[in-house]
Structure formats: structure tokens, C-alpha cells
Design a protein around this ligand. Structure first.
Ligand SMILES: Nc1ncnc2c1ncn2[C@@H]1O[C@H](COP(=O)(O)OP(=O)(O)OP(=O)(O)O)[C@@H](O)[C@H]1O
Ligand SMILES: [Mg+2]
Length: 227
């Protein structure tokens, strides 16, 4: 029996809308152990990104609780949640959220520098090489294609060696060959470092490489927890 790294209990998210309150996530529970991999699948608008944001402590649920690395996120203020994220979490957003004023190398170096790592540059360079961008180190995000920006975002998320890596459509903008390479890299990390993976994906192959799979339908969990 592994150690619980991420636990959600009866998570709900209700948002205001013109027609009154809209429930976009209904009482969802799950429990992941160190080294687990989870795919979250479902149609557009089913609540996948919402769930990811709640699990990573970027957003707060309307009801229910998330325990990440032993901390109950609902008991923490925003600064404390940010600290738990910095220490334990890597996140690859659906929109990549790279800093335009920094080049590719600097974007990946940033979390390492914040962590006080003297070898930030070397680690960042080798991660960019692993995602196939060794020749794009000094390009700014604007000078990169969508798939290249996505790979920089993935390298940046890897940089801080998170306990849990959340990724929203990590292969969404990539051709199948590059997508496969990125999947390989995710699972290497999972294996080498015991990084827990939580992936939102429409990519069937990637979803089925995960040990567990959940499907959302209009904010409700449907289907089995095992692929
Ligand atoms: N802050 C908000 N206010 C109102 N509605 C919201 C809010 N955030 C999300 N929604 C709605 O909740 C639903 C779920 O959104 P979410 O972004 O989680 O979907 P998704 O499964 O990630 O979809 P996609 O595959 O298109 O990325 C959508 O219908 C969306 O319009
Ligand atoms: Mg989404």
C-alpha cells in the first residue's frame, strides 16, 4: 500500500451564471498514491480543467476538500497554498503561460532559480534537449510554434522535480511522433522519480498508459477508476 499524495473528498464546484447557479463539478472523490498515474478524460466542457485546478490548489472548491502532500488545502491561505505548490507541484496549463520577456532557457530556469539552484542553467538546457528543443534555447515564446511552447512548458514543469505533475492536454498541440516522445518523457519521470502524474488528455494512447483513468460527463464521474 503506497502513501497517499493527493486526495479529493466530495469536491464540488458551483459557479454563478445568468440562469442561476451552475454546478460544474459534482461531489467527486479520488485518492492517488505516490507514483500513480491518472488520466482524466471527457468531452469539452465536462469539467476536466476545473478539476485539475482544484486538485492543484489553484482554485478552491465550493464544497469538499483536497489534501495534497499531507496538507488540507482548504485550511491554508493563498500564500500557504502557493508554497505547497512551489514545493510539490508542477503544472502544464492548457494555455502555456510562458513569460514572453524570457527566452525558452530562462523560462525553464526560473523555477530552478527560485529554488536557489546553482546549476539551473545546465538542468534547464538538458531538459530542453530532452524535449527536442536544444536548438531553440534563446527563442522567446513568440518565436516558437504552439507545440514548441508546449514543450517548453513541459520542461519548466519538470524542472523543479515535483511530487505531482499536473498537465492539461500535454500532447494536445503535438504531432503524433512528438506527442509520443513527450509521453515517454512523462512516464520516464514517473518511473525514475516516482512523480505522480495527473493528466487531462484526449489522446487515447496517452490515457491508456496511465494506471488509472476517470471519465467526466457534465461534471460527474462516470465509468471505472481503472483503464
Ligand atoms: N468561472 C466559471 N464561470 C462559469 N462557468 C465556468 C467557469 N469555469 C468553467 N466554467 C464552465 O464549466 C464547464 C467546465 O469547464 P472546463 O474548463 O473544466 O472544461 P474542460 O472539460 O476542461 O473542457 P475542454 O476539453 O474544452 O478544455 C464549462 O462548461 C465552462 O463553461
Ligand atoms: Mg480544459
Amino acid at each position: 500500500m503506497g502513501h497517499s499524495i493527493l486526495k479529493a473528498q466530495n469536491l464540488s464546484k458551483v459557479v454563478p451564471s445568468a440562469e442561476g447557479e451552475l454546478t460544474i463539478l459534482h461531489e467527486l472523490s479520488l485518492d492517488l498514491h505516490k507514483g500513480d498515474s491518472l488520466a482524466i478524460v471527457g468531452a469539452s466542457g465536462s469539467g476536466k480543467s476545473t478539476l485539475l485546478g482544484l486538485l492543484a490548489g489553484l482554485d478552491l472548491p465550493s464544497a469538499g476538500a483536497v489534501t495534497l502532500a499531507g496538507r488540507d488545502l482548504s485550511q491554508l491561505d493563498e500564500d500557504q497554498r502557493a508554497r505547497v505548490r512551489a514545493e510539490h507541484v508542477g503544472f502544464v496549463f492548457q494555455s502555456f503561460q510562458l513569460l514572453d520577456s524570457l527566452n525558452a532557457l530562462e523560462n525553464v530556469m526560473l523555477p530552478l532559480e527560485l529554488d536557489g539552484r546553482a546549476d539551473a542553467r545546465d538542468i534547464a538546457r538538458s531538459l530542453l534537449e530532452r524535449v527536442g528543443l536544444g536548438k531553440r534555447l534563446t527563442h522567446s515564446p513568440r518565436q516558437l510554434s504552439g507545440g514548441e511552447q508546449q514543450r517548453v512548458a513541459i520542461a519548466r514543469a519538470f524542472a523543479a522535480e515535483p511530487d505531482v505533475l499536473f498537465a492539461d492536454e500535454p500532447t494536445g498541440n503535438l504531432d503524433s511522433h512528438t506527442g509520443e516522445r513527450i509521453s515517454d518523457l512523462l512516464f520516464e519521470l514517473n518511473k525514475e522519480r516516482g512523480t505522480t502524474l495527473v493528466l487531462v488528455t484526449h489522446d487515447e494512447r496517452l490515457a491508456h498508459r496511465c494506471r488509472r483513468l476517470i471519465r467526466l460527463d457534465a461534471g460527474r464521474l462516470v465509468g471505472p477508476l481503472e483503464p
